[in-house]
Design a protein. Structure first.
Length: 128
């Protein structure tokens, strides 16, 4: 599958398609859509954009959107030094705040990445 350009329009389309499938009951768990839901999103995305997309690409986008939503919710509800501009529909923060936020986010990513591989290596070594 070719890489999808997740510009604003493609993201808006896939979010709308995801929401339609959730409303139709094609999300039996709290994690992902069922097979029918993904098939409908694949078809709808191709109809609207003429781009082929795979189930794995959709799952990855779902997971990324979920992470983004959690970060947005955290910023809106818990962070100090941020404000919400309802006219621009954006966070009102300075460049220094974003620089710090990105550094912390990347640091945690690497921490969990190396922790995962450490646990994986330990599990493999324990089997021998």
């Amino acid at each position: 599958m070719p890489k999808i350009d997740w510009n604003n329009e493609n993201t808006r389309i896939v979010c709308k398609l995801f929401a339609e499938q959730v409303e139709r009951g094609n999300r039996p768990s709290t994690y992902h859509l069922n097979a029918l839901g993904y098939a409908e999103v694949e078809k709808g995305f191709k109809d609207r954009t003429s781009l082929d997309i795979s189930k794995s690409q959709l799952k990855n986008k779902w997971d990324k959107l979920k992470e983004d939503y959690k970060a947005w919710k955290k910023l809106l509800m818990k962070e100090t030094g941020t404000g919400w501009d309802p006219v621009k529909r954006k966070f009102a923060t300075d460049d220094e705040w974003w620089k710090k936020a990105r550094t912390v986010s990347v640091s945690w990513y690497y921490f969990y990445f190396f922790l995962f591989f450490f646990v994986l290596i330990c599990a493999c070594l324990c089997q021998f």
